[in-house]
Write a protein that binds this ligand. Structure first.
Ligand SMILES: [Zn+2]
Length: 161
């Protein structure tokens, strides 16, 4: 499996340190470790915005698809199309579906089929793999949008059926 963004472990380690990622972020994203439940900074984080790969910044989830699964990790029922690649994971004597970032291969978590509608999926993510961007900071990706977007056009994500 190859991903568009390829760096060595040493490079990822240095980059994550430089951006102030959580200490466990390197072990989680590059060596598929799992943070302890109910410890992640996004487990009970409900602000509007988007969740990105902590390694490469690729957008993975919108906050409108986050839900409280009660499992101790941030959970989403839908990923941004194409942002996440599924891998069959047979470690720990289980068969699970591992999720990695399509762009850089960072380990994110696992997806299970016991989530809410409309997808029935539960993307069970490590907070340490994620980086939250609020709508204002998303202006960096789509510059010059923030000035006119204060009141109009911000309800689309949640009000649809
Ligand atoms: Zn990534």
């Amino acid at each position: 499996m190859t991903h568009p963004i390829q760096k060595t472990d040493a490079q990822w380690f240095a980059e994550l340190q430089a951006k102030g990622a959580e200490p466990v972020a390197y072990e989680v994203t590059r060596h598929a470790a799992t943070e302890r439940p109910f410890t992640g900074k996004y487990e009970q984080h409900w602000a509007d915005g988007s969740y990105h790969c902590v390694c490469c910044g690729a957008k993975l989830f919108n906050s409108g698809t986050k839900f409280d699964a009660g499992c101790g990790w941030p959970s989403f029922y839908q990923a941004v199309p194409g942002a996440i690649t599924n891998i069959i994971d047979k470690s720990h004597h289980m068969v699970r579906t591992e999720n990695v970032c399509t762009q850089c291969g960072a380990h994110l978590g696992h997806v299970f089929e016991d989530g809410p509608q409309p997808t029935g999926l539960r993307y069970c993510m490590n907070s340490a793999s994620l980086e939250f961007h609020d709508p204002a900071s998303a202006a960096g990706e789509n510059a010059k949008f923030e000035d006119s977007a204060d009141s109009a056009g911000q309800t689309d994500a949640d009000s649809g059926n």
